[in-house]
Design a protein around this ligand. Structure first.
Ligand code: ATP
Ligand code: MG
Ligand code: MG
Ligand code: MG
Length: 353
C-alpha cells in the first residue's frame, strides 16, 4: 500500500505564497508509486482546506503569487492517477494520513507550532521537531546556540518591542547594517542600511513582520548555502555547497523568486574550505538539535573565514530553490530526496527520542 502523505502548505505567515510554490514542486516530485499525496492548504487566515491540488496553480506566473483559496469548494482531492477527481471529507483526509509533510515557511509552520500540534496528535511529520523549529525560526536564540558551539555569527543587537538601538552599539556595528525581523524568512522585512538616517525606517519595516528586530553588522564574503539531510538510519550528511549569485545589494525577495539570480553548484571554493563548510553545516544542525533537514546559510571570505548566517529548518522547495538543487548535484534527485525525507519522518515517529 502506498504511504498517505498530507502535504500541508500556505499558512498564516508572510511566506504564504512561497510555501504554495514549494508545495507545487513537492506535489509534482513525490514518487506516485510510493506515496499518495493529500494536499492540504491553509489560507492566510488559518482555515484548513483540502486542496487545491493542481501544482500548476501553485506556481508563480509572471509576478503573480499564488494563494490558498478558502472560499472555493475546496474539498477536492486528486484520486488515483488517471481516475480524475475524488471528493472527500476534509476531516477524514486528515485523520487517515500516515505522515505529514508541513511544507510551510515562517510563523505557524516552520516555528514549532504545527510540529507541536502533530506531536500531540501522534502523527509523524517531515522535518525538525518543536525545539529546533522554534529556535531555527528565532534568529536571536539560534545565534546564541551557534556561537556556543564555536561557530562564527554576525555581531548584532536585538531590539525588543519598544526598544531602540543605543549609540555604543551603533558605533561598534558601523555601516552598512542589516536590519531584519527576528522570526521571518524569504528576506521579508530585511533592509541593508548604509545611511544612519535610514535606520529608523528599516527598524519600522522589520517590525511589520516581527516586533522583535535584529540589527547586525554587515558580514563580508560570498553567500554560500549547504543542505543537510538526515537519513532513516539516523545518519546525517551535508550536500555540496551552492553559491548564490544575484543582482543588487543583497539576496532580497526579488532576487530569490522574481529575478534572474543564479546558483552555482558546487560553489567554487578550495576543497579545504568546502570540507570545513560542510562540517560546519552539520555542526550547526547539531547545535540546534535539528531533525530531518536544514539549509544552513553562510558568508565565506576569500581568506576562508566562514560565518553562519542562519539555519532554515524548512527551506524553500520552489523550482528555483537551492535545497533540492544541491542534493541533485550531490547525487540525490528531487524524488529520491522527498522519499528520504518522508522515510526519515516515518522512522523517527513522534515523542521523545
Ligand atoms: P531565507 O529566505 O534564507 O530564510 P531570511 O529572511 O531568513 O532568508 P537572512 O538569510 O537572514 O533572511 O537574510 C537575507 C539576506 O540578507 C541574506 O541572504 C544576505 O544577502 C543579507 N544579509 C542578512 N544579514 C546579513 C549580514 N549580517 N551581513 C551581510 N548580509 C546579510
Ligand atoms: Mg531564513
Ligand atoms: Mg527561510
Ligand atoms: Mg537566509
Amino acid at each position: 500500500d502506498r504511504v498517505k502523505v498530507a502535504v500541508v502548505f500556505g499558512g498564516r505567515s508572510s511566506e504564504h505564497a512561497i510555501s504554495c510554490v514549494s508545495a507545487g514542486s513537492v506535489l509534482t516530485h513525490l514518487d506516485p508509486e510510493r506515496f499518495e499525496a493529500v494536499p492540504v492548504g491553509i489560507t492566510p487566515h488559518g482555515a484548513w482546506v483540502v486542496g487545491p491540488s493542481d501544482p500548476v496553480r501553485l506556481a508563480i506566473s509572471g509576478r503573480e503569487l499564488p494563494e490558498v483559496d478558502g472560499t472555493a469548494e475546496a474539498l477536492v482531492l486528486p484520486g488515483e492517477p488517471g481516475r480524475g477527481l475524488v471528493r472527500l471529507d476534509a476531516r477524514e483526509a486528515l485523520t487517515s494520513v500516515d505522515v505529514v509533510f508541513p511544507i510551510l515557511h515562517g510563523a505557524f509552520g516552520e516555528d514549532g507550532t504545527i510540529q507541536g500540534l502533530l506531536e500531540m496528535a501522534g502523527l509523524p511529520y517531515v522535518g525538525a521537531g518543536v525545539l529546533a523549529s522554534a529556535v531555527g525560526m528565532d534568529k536571536e536564540f539560534a545565534k546564541k546556540l551557534l556561537r556556543a558551539e564555536g561557530l562564527n555569527v554576525a555581531d548584532g543587537v536585538v531590539l525588543r518591542p519598544g526598544t531602540d538601538i543605543g549609540f555604543a552599539d551603533r558605533d561598534r556595528l558601523g555601516l552598512p547594517l542589516f536590519v531584519k525581523p527576528a522570526r521571518a524568512g524569504s528576506s521579508m522585512g530585511v533592509t541593508r542600511v548604509t545611511d544612519p538616517a535610514a535606520l529608523d525606517a528599516a527598524v519600522a519595516e522589520a517590525r511589520r513582520h516581527d516586533p522583535k528586530v535584529l540589527v547586525e553588522a554587515a558580514v563580508p564574503g560570498r553567500e554560500i548555502e549547504c543542505a543537510v539531510l538526515e537519513f532513516p538510519d539516523g545518519s546525517v550528511r551535508a550536500s555540496l555547497p551552492a553559491e548564490l549569485r544575484y543582482n543588487g545589494e543583497f539576496y532580497d525577495f526579488e532576487s530569490k523568486y522574481l529575478d534572474t539570480s543564479e546558483l552555482q553548484i558546487p560553489a567554487k571554493l578550495d576543497d579545504e574550505i568546502t570540507e570545513s563548510l560542510r562540517w560546519k553545516a552539520i555542526t550547526a544542525f547539531r547545535a540546534l538539535d535539528v531533525q530531518g533537514l536544514a539549509r544552513v546559510d553562510f558568508f565565506v571570505t576569500d581568506d576562508g573565514d566562514i560565518t553562519v548566517n542562519e539555519v532554515n529548518t524548512m527551506p524553500g522547495f520552489t523550482p528555483s530553490s537551492a535545497f533540492p538543487k544541491m542534493w541533485a548535484v550531490t547525487g540525490l534527485d528531487y524524488s529520491e530526496l522527498l522519499s528520504t525525507m518522508v522515510d526519515t519522518a516515518l522512522a523517527r515517529g513522534t515523542g521523545l527520542r
